[in-house]
Write a protein that binds this ligand. Sequence first.
Ligand SMILES: Cc1cc2nc3c(=O)[nH]c(=O)nc-3n(C[C@H](O)[C@H](O)[C@H](O)COP(=O)(O)OP(=O)(O)OC[C@H]3O[C@@H](n4cnc5c(N)ncnc54)[C@H](O)[C@@H]3O)c2cc1C
Length: 338
Amino acid sequence: MNKFSWYDAKSIEDAVEQATSTIAEEVYEAGGEGSVFKSGGIDVWDLVKEGLLSPRRIINVKTIPGLDQIEFDQKDGLKIGANVTLTDIENNSDVAMHFGALQSAVAHAATPQLRNSSTLAGNLAQRTRCWYFRSIDHQCLRKGGSECFARDRRGGENENHAILNNGSCVSLHSSSVATALLAYNASIHISNAKGKEEVIPIEDFFVSPAADVATENILKPGDLITKIHVPTPKSNTKSSYIKQGARESYDWSLGDVAVVAQMSGNQCEEICIALGAAAPTPIRIYRAEKMLLGKLLSAENAQLAAEIAMEGARPLTLNGYKIPLFESIIKSALLEIT
Ligand SMILES: Cc1cc2nc3c(=O)[nH]c(=O)nc-3n(C[C@H](O)[C@H](O)[C@H](O)COP(=O)(O)OP(=O)(O)OC[C@H]3O[C@@H](n4cnc5c(N)ncnc54)[C@H](O)[C@@H]3O)c2cc1C
């Protein structure tokens, strides 16, 4: 492990200023330099121990006052501070009352101990857990290499990897919480080095490998997530969330789905269906959503939507099982809200 200095940020402005006044870039080779934000530290310390991140400076943003609050107002919606832990989201009564799929997604992430430390901003900005990316011995596409070992190598171990949008790097984003936030049309508030605050729809926050394989989100050095905003669902909205992992706890998602729908009886008036661990970024399945508009959520229509969702799937050598897995959880999540 390289030597690094430690700085406890005092405010949002202080954190951004400190990050941009040093060479603020993550460097994926030992001996590199740069500064990096740390909130819960779960992923930052893993990356440092794995030799993939060698910061010259750690900026602890957990010390910034006020970023650990959850506020809810019927008109303004839900505001979750960047440093709120997954446990605090899980236990919040407003989240439980109005954002059931989000509460379920958070409650199924990682383990109770990890959720006690993990913050929402850190969760969204964590790096992929693709084992080739995490191995210092594999110079994969994401680390500037010329091949995706999971996809291109004979015998590549790709059982967990993407079945949709998988023409480049086939790693998955590791946040299953993002799946629910996407279904709720959440947006992310980011303070940047120019002293501005940007508000980015969560769908535009994640960057696909086809667009830029070197990064997984739009954050630039010095960009600090300050809060996540989730609009209040309209009346008669129902939601559901299902995550399938290899184990019930201590594991990332093999496939997860969040559904948020405005219903009139059993008829679907508006619907968002988001998938995690299907593609390199969390995705909406717009064609299936469109097919369901104005329709009754019957078993037949739920099955049809699930099949439409998987139409473009191109499984790799070892992950064909994900197609029936996703068909099954999409159908179940749709029928859960009836
Ligand atoms: C065994 C295991 C299983 C897990 N399973 C799941 C799962 O099923 N679902 C799931 O969603 N997650 C899962 N996780 C992820 C975990 O819950 C954490 O959310 C995640 O590792 C990072 O959160 P953190 O707060 O510790 O972030 P950190 O490690 O502190 O930071 C992670 C990244 O975010 C950046 N960052 C932190 N705060 C900010 C900010 N305010 N602005 C800009 N950038 C910031 C850091 O620079 C770093 O790049 C799992 C983790 C482990 C170890």
